[in-house]
Design a protein around this ligand. Structure first.
Ligand SMILES: CC(=O)SCCNC(=O)CCNC(=O)[C@H](O)C(C)(C)COP(=O)(O)OP(=O)(O)OC[C@H]1O[C@@H](n2cnc3c(N)ncnc32)[C@H](O)[C@@H]1OP(=O)(O)O
Ligand SMILES: O=C([O-])CC(=O)C(=O)O
Length: 453
């Protein structure tokens, strides 16, 4: 007891040690029982949990019957994501809406279909009456992913058909979430910025003739002004983040929750909770924070040896957040390269020159080169490590003057499309609750009376 109250800090400090002692499992047991830690085999390959027709990820080639690491490739419904990006750039079109149609409905839309789809999405960009006042402005948080999750769950209480699993209803719910994620995220940021940072509060409504990327910038900026280049860069960033197979942590979460028969809002709220983790989509914020920490702690950021020493300290849990991870590096599937990081790097360099941030770009490039070598020296690497999609994305967003708090929500504004496609695919095909097994190493004991303990 402290000041007549139970001392929670003292209690948890003491009992967390009890938790460690009582929950410790010798990692050798995973091998002994043939259990795949992280649902991954010794070569880092994921256990097979399903079949999908939505996307494909290539990271290895088979040469003479052997699997060898290759440059990463990503396909949405069979189309290389690089071709989708180039299609959008060359035709001066916003690619996010086109790829949304593709991922949800399985084929590229013709002009008429795309026009109709854009009108439908625009009509869904509506929040219930007073939602901003009653939900978003209440208890604003710096953690916009949490505030977005809260908004998604609260939206459920405005839906009379929340638990109706008929496909047209689920599709309607998904389209509404795809259309309103940018509003809920950006307004959530403005509420935080106003109440916690004492800044001005403004709510700009989305414009029906604008794309998702254009509306994000319009809603975010006090004067609603942005350039075509900025909208195009953000559109490509969205396009690159939309989908990544059924096994990534947040999409698998969507699948798991969907398999229990739960509603769309709950499945998507769970996916958001997964995505924000720093080993997943939350890495984009961590990368920028890590780079700031590096600049604060490395006297000469042009000195490779000094930068390398800092990276080693990170791996040894002696620098930055002491978690031992160099954020933005490594991937569960890719080895030699993540194609999205390569695309990002292509326009990061141009943007950095335009925005006078060449020195930052050089530092990112140096880390991109050094980190895989340092990780390979310090960890057991099976398949190679390279920069992932999160490495350059935060740098791009900072050059678009997008606040740090919105980096992971922007990922979510894109990935909601993949989650929706996977929820639909799960509901259409599987109809079996996911329920893997755990080997139990618990020993049976006789109950002891309180007086005998
Ligand atoms: C959108 C996305 O989710 S992209 C990923 C974003 N996440 C990050 O950038 C966080 C940093 N990266 C990581 O934590 C990891 O690379 C992950 C979580 C993405 C993938 O992890 P794994 O599937 O375990 O990768 P892999 O099998 O190649 O790793 C081999 C070893 O290297 C370690 N390693 C891999 N990447 C890193 C890294 N960036 N920093 C430090 N160690 C790393 C792993 O922890 C693993 O060690 P362990 O066997 O002792 O656990
Ligand atoms: O596939 C994964 O494990 C991580 C992910 O979602 C991505 O890279 O986009």
């Amino acid at each position: 007891m402290k000041n007549g109250r139970y001392d929670l800090d003292n209690f948890t400090e003491q009992y967390s040690k009890v938790c460690v002692e009582k929950n410790f499992i010798d990692t050798n047991l995973y091998d002994e029982y043939g259990v795949k830690r992280g649902l991954r085999d010794k070569n880092g390959k994921g256990v097979l949990a399903g079949i999908t027709n939505i996307s494909a990820i290539h990271s290895h080639d088979v040469v003479n019957g052997e699997s060898v690491p290759s440059e990463g490739k990503l396909f949405y419904r069979g189309y290389n994501v690089i071709d989708l990006v180039n299609g959008a750039i060359n035709n001066k079109r916003q690619g996010f809406e086109e790829a949304t149609y593709l991922l949800l409905f399985g084929s590229l839309p013709n002009e008429e279909q795309l026009k109709e789809f854009e009108v439908i999405l625009a009509s869904c960009r509506n929040l219930p009456k007073n939602f901003v006042k009653d939900v978003i402005m209440k208890a604003p948080s710096k953690d916009i992913m949490n505030s977005l999750t809260k908004s998604v769950l609260t939206l459920a209480s405005y839906d009379d058909n929340v638990s109706d699993l008929s496909l047209d209803n689920v599709l309607k719910q998904c389209l509404t979430l795809i259309a309103t994620f940018p509003m809920m995220s950006v307004y959530g940021y403005h509420a935080f910025n106003h109440y916690e940072r004492d800044d001005s509060f403004y709510i700009h409504r989305p414009e029906e003739n604008l794309s998702t990327a254009e509306n994000i910038l319009r809603m975010l900026r006090p004067d609603k002004v942005y350039t075509d280049l900025e909208a195009s860069v953000l559109d490509i960033a969205l396009l690159l983040h939309m989908e990544h197979g059924g096994g990534n942590n947040s999409t698998f979460t969507t699948r798991v929750v969907s398999s229990s028969g739960s509603d769309t809002y709950s499945a998507i709220a769970a996916a958001l909770s997964s995505l924000k983790g720093p080993k997943h989509g939350g890495a984009n914020i961590k990368v920028v924070e890590m780079m700031n920490d590096l600049e604060a702690n490395v006297a000469d950021t042009k000195d490779e040896a000094e930068v390398e020493r800092y990276l080693v300290k990170i791996l040894n849990k002696q620098a930055f957040d002491n978690r031992g991870l160099i954020y933005g590096m490594g991937h569960a599937i890719y080895s030699i390269s993540d194609p999205r990081a390569t695309v990002f790097k292509g326009f990061v360099e141009k943007l950095a020159d335009e925005k006078g941030r060449r020195a930052d770009f050089e530092l990112y490039s140096m880390i991109e080169r050094l980190a895989p070598e340092v990780i390979a020296k310090e960890r057991r690497i099976y398949k190679g490590v390279s920069a992932n999609v999160d490495f350059y994305s935060g740098f791009v967003y900072s050059m678009l003057d997008i606040p740090l708090e919105l980096y992971t929500p922007i990922f979510a504004m894109a990935r909601i499309v993949g989650w929706s496609a996977h929820r639909l695919e799960e509901l259409i095909n599987v109809d079996k609750i996911m329920r893997p097994a755990y080997v139990s190493i618990v020993t049976e004991k006789n109950y002891t009376e309180m007086s005998e303990r």
